[in-house]
Design a binder for this molecule. Structure first.
Ligand SMILES: NC(=O)C1=CN([C@@H]2O[C@H](COP(=O)(O)OP(=O)(O)OC[C@H]3O[C@@H](n4cnc5c(N)ncnc54)[C@H](O)[C@@H]3O)[C@@H](O)[C@H]2O)C=CC1
Ligand SMILES: O=C(O)CCC(=O)C(=O)O
Length: 524
């Protein structure tokens, strides 16, 4: 049974797939209310209110996945989650339209003083001349951060007859052209825009991106909006620039501290504000709840998720291509690790063959996680595998080769240790499954079973019989046995599989066979 803590207000109608699953228990409580059961929680679902800190994660030793019902993940300590192997997913586009519409509503309200006029009228006043506004038509809108929300705002601005200029260091010329916007560096955008709206995530780079120095380069009388994250527009600097009359007004949906009780910006007449309502529509809340519920369900079904923050994104089509190799590479990593019980310097993997014609990064991560599982602990997974390799000073390389040696696909792994090297190649054959086809340069063909014994020995009459006899004398039943050699009388190998795990003592008995030069018990 997986226990899922729904810690923030997430629309229950969207959580249907989770509440209907027989192996899932949904617990609708805040972190404080669930304090006594945190150690049993497998997944946590949050919006922006709950801060998923390293400390909170430490109180949740079973935690496997954090799901953010929304876009911004600045309330989640991603590096800490990654280190622990906890998958972080979000709902990247469920609230795009709502947030774009809200930003647009804020922009129109700001330019026409609607909140101030409304408050005045409600107060019994009729001050028409005090609330003369400015048209949006022909104004230049500067969008900083041109992703999903920025793009939707641009479409709406064009319909209103605005000119749209954008700044986004990751924007391609192709997308700028398709969206009919002018892409400019920030220092060129700021002096040109009549209105500036920010739509970046909050990161170390974007915190304080628009500060006093930048605001001073803007037109006098510029209007600014922040419906992304508090802090992208520096709050103190904005206050000063409004008070000095350089900025004509601001519309804010987000604040550094939420709620921003007693905030000085809220005292200014030309600042309008909403309490982080960008995504607060029936539609957006249903969308994001459905999206994260589906992701969590997919994860607990053992399938790769599609909108992870700390795993490579993977589409359904790629997933179908990846799936056959997913377990094979984990097993190859694990076999290599159990055959190389020594310090490792380098792991390199080569992919060859037409059926491996996709981004193989996810396979490399799966392989490395298989390698470390038997060395570190079961919490190693695709999320933290490369980080663990790096921490241990192990170089991980990935190559594509044109030569698949006649197989339709061939994955080859080379592990360089302090004293030895190990190579292993595997393939996936449709309707037949995974096969290991080469081990340390010996041609062989075996299915990676649960309990294996790998023996390297001198090719002499009687060795195979002797091994069989020793195992038989100890009532060990051999399930399968594969042998391989390079040349008669040289080095040879055998790989045996068993129904039950072999005890470590058996290694001692087998070691008496002097022709055996190397032996490894492998459990997959
Ligand atoms: N007020 C609200 O309720 C909501 C706020 N948000 C906020 O809006 C942000 C943007 O959301 P989306 O458009 O969906 O995200 P997105 O990921 O589609 O777009 C973000 C864009 O910012 C750009 N960017 C990153 N660093 C930048 C930098 N230093 N300078 C300029 N551009 C930079 C990226 O290249 C990307 O194109 C989210 O990160 C979230 O914090 C999102 C939804 C609701
Ligand atoms: O959960 C919410 O309402 C906030 C939405 C938001 O800020 C986001 O998706 O980044």
């Amino acid at each position: 049974m997986y226990r899922i803590l729904v810690a923030d207000a997430i629309k229950p109608e969207g959580l249907g797939p989770l509440s209907e699953a027989s192996n899932i228990l949904l617990i609708q409580k805040t972190v404080e209310e669930a304090a006594n059961e945190l150690d049993q929680i497998d997944a946590i679902l949050v919006r922006s209110a709950t801060k998923v800190t390293e400390d909170l994660m430490n109180r949740m030793p079973q935690l496997k996945i954090i799901a953010r019902a929304g876009v911004g993940v600045d309330n989640i300590d991603i590096p800490a989650a990654t280190k622990r192997g906890i998958v972080v997913v979000n709902a990247p586009d469920g609230n795009t339209i709502s947030t774009a519409e809200h930003t647009f509503a804020m922009m129109a309200s700001l330019m026409r003083h609607i909140p101030q006029a409304y408050a005045s009228l409600k107060n019994g006043e009729w001050k028409r001349s005090s609330y003369t506004g400015t048209e949006l038509r022909s104004k230049t809108l500067g969008i900083v951060g041109f992703g999903r929300i920025g793009g939707e705002i641009a479409k709406r601005a064009k319909v209103f007859g605005m000119e749209v200029i954008v700044f986004d260091p990751f924007l391609t010329a192709d997308r700028a052209k398709k969206m009919s916007v002018t892409s400019l560096p920030l220092d060129k955008l700021l002096p040109k825009a009549d209105i500036i709206t920010v739509h970046t995530p909050l990161t170390n780079e974007t915190r304080g991106l628009i500060n006093k120095e930048k605001l001073l380069t803007c037109k006098k009388g510029v209007y600014v909006l922040n419906c992304a994250r508090g802090g992208i527009l520096d709050e103190d600097d904005l206050y000063e620039m409004i008070v000095k009359g350089h900025v004509a007004g601001a519309a804010l949906d987000v604040f550094v501290e939420e709620p921003p009780l007693g905030h000085k910006l809220l005292e200014l007449d030309n600042v309008i504000a909403t309490p982080h309502l960008g995504a607060s529509t029936k539609e957006a809340q249903l969308n994001v709840a459905v999206q994260v519920a589906q992701e969590v369900l997919t994860y607990f079904e053992g399938n790769p998720v599609s909108s992870s923050i700390n795993l490579p994104a993977i589409s359904k089509e790629v997933f179908e291509k990846v799936q056959p190799f997913y377990q094979l590479v984990q097993q190859m990593g694990s076999i290599a690790s159990q055959c190389m019980k020594e310090g490792i310097q380098e792991i390199s993997v080569t992919y060859a063959g037409e059926s491996l014609d996709f981004d193989t990064a996810i396979l490399t991560k799966s392989l490395i996680s298989g390698f470390f599982k038997s060395r570190v602990d079961a919490s190693v997974n695709e999320v933290n595998a490369l980080l663990i390799a790096k921490e241990r000073g192990i170089t991980v390389g990935e190559k594509i080769s044109a030569d698949s040696l006649g197989y339709s696909n061939l994955i080859s792994l080379k592990v360089k240790g302090d004293n030895r090297e190990l190579t292993i190649s595997g393939t996936y054959i449709e309707n037949y499954g995974s096969r290991i086809v080469n081990l340390n340069g010996f041609k062989i063909d075996f299915h990676p079973e649960e309990n294996l014994l790998y023996i390297q020995h001198t090719d002499k009459p009687g060795v195979i019989g002797n091994v069989g006899k020793i195992l038989g004398d100890h009532e060990v039943n051999i399930a399968t046995m594969q042998v391989g050699r390079k040349e008669a009388g040289g080095e040879a190998i055998m790989v045996l599989s068993f129904d039950k795990p072999l005890s470590d003592n058996m290694k001692q008995f087998l070691k008496e066979t002097e022709e055996i030069t190397f032996m490894a018990l492998i459990s997959l």
